[in-house]
Structure formats: structure tokens, C-alpha cells
Design a protein around this ligand. Structure first.
Ligand SMILES: *Cc1c(COP(=O)(O)O)cnc(C)c1O
Ligand SMILES: [Zn+2]
Length: 417
């Protein structure tokens, strides 16, 4: 069945057939939404058909993805997604919240949310016969592409800014990608990647450029939907409640992808209530939050500066859809400082969760939302942790006090206790 029937431009609404375009709208450069054959899908499947599939990875939702089965059984490609949701009662209490959970995306094969996008892009690359896949990345998208490509023997080229955290660069190199460090920002690397892909005929994965990244990222919405159906069924207080989801935002592709996933479910008639999406940006990299707060969709570039490298972006490439994700779901945008982010790393750590700065930003946003009464005590809340603290150990060490160094004597121990 050909469930993938084309694209629709998010700016001018022009429709294209799958073969007509590859990346963005030829008329205005707008991001393209993948259009599925919802009518046929609705006739062919019931929600239970998906929830009862044995696969716990994102491939469980293959019927709703615009790709065929990519193969790669037994490799890391097959275990992307299916991430755990943890309850956070000890953090919920001081915030005065009754129901707080965290979906931990750091448990993906390369330790970030980006594996979802890269898995689906690698599947697409196989279908279009790509020899090489290239991406610009501050680290995680590249590590995810390098890891997923390595898993299936595909070649990958990664352009990263020279100042990317070393752990992320190490991942790229260990996965055997061709790594090129650009003496410039992520935005410089982005533009260079588009030109290189054009010049050498490579398939470009760039976030907010390749329409398949959002399709991979939407699988998190499917998982949240499946989890919430079970969680709200087993608790009377949650029956009619509306879920609020906190998402860290850089380019805006994760929040757009999650919104797309929920919209797919809505179009299929499988979801009663659209969850509320709250985007969280770093104060020093807040082009999307600025547009949201100005009440328009004009994304004005900033000169980004934040400790959260994964959401440090001058010109977000998926800003318009990201603004809409919050606006159309009754959500909002919140800006957090680097100090808030570091505090959130420490808070989450005390619940057994090790988040990189961008991942912790979502929780920092929740703390602020509670202070501003944007979240009521009874609201069920899900926070996304998008990446592992091991990705940026230098930032983690700034979030916590140093450990004391002592002489190896009991006396010395007594002195510091
Ligand atoms: C990429 C990334 C984000 C932000 O995703 P966007 O699609 O750029 O908005 C957040 N957290 C982590 C850890 C990431 O790697
Ligand atoms: Zn267009």
C-alpha cells in the first residue's frame, strides 16, 4: 500500500507528489509536511492494531510512517524509540503538582531524541538509493545519523561546528562517519551542508530541511498517546484531563514533529484530546519564543549564546511550524536562563535522571510555568528529556558542587562529614 502520497508546504499550502520535491518548497523555501493517505489508513487499521504489535521500538508505528521496512534486524536501528516514562513524585511534590512524568529520550541508542529522526531518514535514504547521507549538527543529530548509518552500513558525512562538545565529536568519529569541523557556527555548518549536498549529490538530513526528520520525531507523539491511553484509563482523576507536554526547542523540529504526530492521530480520529505543547527555549537562543510572544510567525534570527548547545541556534529552520505547535494546541513558549538549566540538571539528577543542558531545559521550563501559574496543580504533565548528561560532562560539573579531596585517613573523613 502506498500510504505516502505527497507533501504540503507549511507556508503556501502547495501540494507536491513524492517525486516532485526532496527538501523544501521550491516556491518559498517553506518546510514540507508529509501527507499520508489517511482515508485508507483509517479503513485498514484500528488503534489496537498498532498498540498490540510486539515491536516496542518506533517501528511499531511503521504503518503510519512514510517509509517501508528498512530491514537491519538485530542492529541499533531497530531499537530506536520505545523510551521509558518515569513518574517523578519527589519532584512533583515541591512544585505542587499531582501528576508529573518524564519521558527519557537519553535511552536511545546514541543517547538522544535525534535517533528517531535519523532512523527514519536512513530508511528513506535506502529507498531513494542514496550513496552518502550528510548532515549539519551541533552533535546529537550527527551522532544519531552516524550511529544509525553505521548500523546498516551506510556512509555518512557530518559537518559540525568546531566548538561542539568533545563527547559528541567522539561519538561521530567512533561511528566511523566522515567528520568535518567547521570554523563557524551551527548555522554556517548548515548552509555549507546544503551546498555540499547539492554539489556532490549527497542526501541531506538537515533538521528543518529534510521533511522526513519530523516524521521520525512524530513517533514520540505516538508513544505518548499509547502511554497516556493506559495511564489515564487506570486513574479516575486523569480520565478527562488534558496532558501538557514540555519540549525543549532549538530549530523547532522536535516540537513540530510531535505536533505532526498528534495531528496524524487526530486526523485518523484516534485521539480524543490534543495534548497541550509548551516549548522551552534558552533565553540566549529564543528566536521561536520571541515570534510566539510577538503573536506572529516571523522568525527573526538572534545571535545565539547558551550553555545548552543542542538548542543554540541563530536562525531556527523549523520556526513557523514550531510556533504553530504551541499556538494550535493552547500551549505557550517559555524562556529559561542558563542558571535555570543548570539547576534543572541537578534537580533531575536527584531523581536518577542524567540530562544534558538542552534536555534539562524542558524541566526548567516546567518550574517557571508553575511559578507563572501556566500549569495548574491538577494538570497532568509530561516533560521530555531529550539527551544524556554524558554528552556534555563539562556542563554537568557546573551544575553541582565539587567533591572534596582528602588525605586517606579517617580523621580527614571526620573533618569533612
Ligand atoms: C536537537 C535537540 C533539541 C532541540 O530539537 P529541535 O528540533 O532543534 O528543536 C533538544 N534537545 C536535544 C538534546 C537535542 O539534541
Ligand atoms: Zn510553499
Amino acid at each position: 500500500m502506498d500510504k505516502f502520497i505527497g507533501y504540503r508546504c507549511s507556508i503556501c499550502n502547495a501540494e507536491y507528489l513524492p517525486r516532485q520535491v526532496t527538501y523544501t518548497c521550491p516556491q518559498d523555501g517553506g518546510n514540507l509536511d508529509v501527507v499520508l493517505d489517511y482515508e485508507t489508513l483509517r479503513q485498514k487499521y484500528q488503534p489496537e492494531d498498532l498498540s498490540s504489535r510486539h515491536d516496542s521500538s518506533l517501528w511499531r508505528y511503521l504503518p503510519l510512517l512514510p517509509v517501508g521496512d528498512p530491514g537491519g534486524e538485530g542492529t541499533p536501528l531497530r531499537v530506536v524509540g520505545g523510551t521509558p516514562v518515569f513518574g517523578l513524585p519527589h519532584l512533583a511534590e515541591p512544585l505542587g503538582l499531582g501528576h508529573l512524568w518524564l519521558k527519557d529520550e537519553s535511552r536511545n541508542p546514541t543517547a538522544s531524541f535525534k535517533d528517531r529522526a535519523s532512523a527514519v531518514v536512513v530508511a528513506r535514504a535506502g529507498e531513494v538509493g542514496a550513496q552518502v547521507i550528510v548532515t549539519a549538527s551541533t552533535g546529537n543529530a550527527g551522532a544519531a545519523l552516524a550511529g544509525m548509518a553505521a548500523a546498516v552500513g551506510q556512509r555518512a558525512v557530518i559537518f559540525a561546528p568546531r566548538l561542539a562538545p568533545p563527547a559528541k565529536v567522539a561519538q561521530l568519529l567512533v561511528f566511523g562517519a566522515k567528520v568535518i569541523l567547521v570554523d563557524g557556527t551551527y548555522d554556517d555548518a548548515f548552509d555549507l551542508t546544503v551546498r555540499a549536498a547539492d554539489e556532490f549529490g549527497w542526501y541531506c538530513r538537515n533538521t528543518g530541511y529534510n521533511p522526513f526528520t519530523a516524521e521520525g520525531k512524530k513517533t514520540a507523539a505516538f508513544e505518548i498517546w499509547g502511554w497516556w491511553a493506559r495511564a489515564s484509563q487506570s486513574d479516575e482523576n486523569l480520565h478527562r484531563a488534558r496532558l501538557t507536554v514540555f519540549v525543549p526547542v532549538g530549530d523547532g523540529n522536535i516540537i513540530s514533529g510531535i505536533h505532526k504526530g498528534f495531528k496524524d492521530l487526530q486526523t485518523l480520529g484516534w485521539q480524543e484530546q490534543m495534548p497541550r505543547l509548551i516549548g522551552v527555549q534558552a533565553e540566549g537562543s529564543a528566536a521561536i519564543a520571541n515570534a510566539f510572544q510577538a503573536g506572529n510567525e516571523q522568525i527573526v534570527p538572534v545571535s545565539a549564546a547558551t550553555i545548552a548547545d543542542s538548542i543554540s541556534v541563530d536562525l531556527p529552520r523549523d520556526g513557523v511550524r514550531a510556533v504553530r505547535a504551541s499556538r494550535e494546541t493552547g500551549g505557550t513558549y517559555i524562556k529559561v536562563s542558563d542558571t535555570d538549566i543548570l539547576a534543572a540538571i541537578a534537580e533531575l539528577g536527584r531523581a536518577g535522571i542524567f540530562a544534558e543542558p538542552a534536555g534539562a531545559a524542558a524541566y526548567a521550563g516546567l518550574v517557571q510555568a508553575v511559578e507563572q501559574r501556566l500549569v495548574a496543580p491538577g494538570d497532568p504533565v509530561l516533560v521530555l528529556n531529550t539527551g544524556s548528561g554524558l554528552k556534555d560532562v563539562k556542563a554537568a560539573m557546573q551544575a553541582v558542587p565539587e567533591a572534596p579531596v582528602i588525605e586517606p585517613t579517617l580523621e580527614a573523613v571526620k573533618k569533612i562529614l
